[in-house]
Design a protein around this ligand. Structure first.
Ligand code: 2NL
Length: 341
């Protein structure tokens, strides 16, 4: 019997040597220490031995059991260590490698221009007034002195919704009516940046969506001189302190009188070049004194209050500044274009 136990121990220990993973180790445990293993069978048969034999064999069987359990534990620990070393080797991190640069985002060129414009007017005391992109025919046209069938509406083909008289704004001007109605009769100085929409034939100079920045100052004793001084100063702050500007008479339904402002071409210094089409001047915005009817629609008595207003296109200013030749680049979302700014 003692011989038998010695064999059981030797065979079990020999089998343990070849074990390389946890599943095999568990099978080994079942085979050599489990309920129907030779060792456990030996324990069961102790009762059949004589009184004299029993203590020595029992003691020996216990020794074998302890030895196998100890060997099992040792093997399990060794496997765990091996797995850890393998994962450390295969997932090694070289902390001396230079880091990977995070791709850095940037602001859209038109957003940059919008922010430059609003920052300049903010320094002159204008506050940004935001309003909705979806408007009614009344706010987008009628209150701005474009009656139904007025020829000026021809210039602004419009996206209509399926709700009658609800449309996408064709300019930011309806926001000016909202601003006036919110603050009248207090004096206001507001600037309105935002997206506008027109049903246009898309080409290098027109898109169906574009941004606009409009400005409005209403109060007592505001004159055309205030308009000229404010806008000429804007041109110097935006394009450079030496830039000259001029005003030309124009027409808008919501202003009277109306004027367009040109700046001296900063490409050729006024000599005439392809950017200014040989004129030496670049048109950059439209402006005028707020029409009395529009003032009244905004809640101001035109006998007491006057105001000036202006509007410009940030895409156009950005195109002039960087000599971009096609307005469609702005909303095509091609990174080869956008990453240049
Ligand atoms: C342009 C010209 C302009 C205005 C916008 C305005 C708004 C109200 C009253 C009076 Cl509520 N005027 N806006 C006035 C003159 C010109 O925009 O060429 N924009 C791109």
């Amino acid at each position: 019997m003692l011989e038998e136990l010695k064999k059981i121990e030797q065979q079990a220990l020999a089998a343990l040597k070849g074990i390389e993973d946890e599943a095999a180790l568990e099978s080994w445990r079942v085979a050599h220490l489990g309920r129907s293993s030779p060792l456990m069978e030996a324990f069961k048969s102790l009762g059949k031995l004589s009184k004299e034999e029993r203590p020595a064999v029992g003691q020996r069987a216990n020794q074998v059991k302890l030895a196998l359990e100890a060997a099992l534990e040792e093997r399990a620990e060794a496997l765990k260590q091996a797995a850890l070393s393998a994962s450390l080797a295969s997932e090694r991190l070289d902390v001396t490698l230079p880091g990977r640069a995070l791709p850095r985002g940037g602001l859209h060129p038109v957003t940059q221009t919008l922010r430059r414009i609003t920052a300049i007017f903010a320094q002159m005391g204008f506050q940004v007034y935001r309003s909705r992109d979806v408007e009614t025919d009344e706010y987008n046209f009628q209150l701005l002195n474009f009656p139904p069938h007025h020829p000026a509406r021809d210039m602004q083909d419009t996206f209509h919704t399926t709700v009658p008289d609800v449309l996408l704004r064709t300019h930011t001007s309806p926001g000016q009516i909202h601003a006036m109605r919110e603050y009248a009769p207090e004096p206001i100085r507001v600037i309105l940046p935002g997206m506008c929409y027109r049903y246009e034939q898309i080409n290098t100079r027109s898109e169906i969506q574009f941004t606009q920045v409009e400005g409005l100052a209403v109060g007592k004793n505001i004159t055309f001189g205030d308009l000229k001084g404010t806008l000429a100063d804007f041109a110097r702050r935006f394009f450079g302190p030496q830039v000259r500007s001029r005003f030309r008479a124009s027409y808008f339904p919501f202003t009277e009188p109306s004027a367009e402002m040109d700046i001296e071409c900063f490409v050729c210094g006024g000599e005439g070049c392809s950017v200014c089409k040989g004129t030496g001047w670049l048109e950059i915005l439209g402006s005028g004194m707020v029409h009395p009817t529009v003032l009244r629609n905004g809640g101001y008595d035109p006998e007491i209050y006057t105001g000036f207003a202006f509007g410009m296109g940030p895409e156009r200013l950005t195109m002039l500044w960087y000599r971009i030749e096609d307005i469609r680049y702005f909303w095509q979302n091609d990174l080869r274009f956008l990453e240049q700014f």
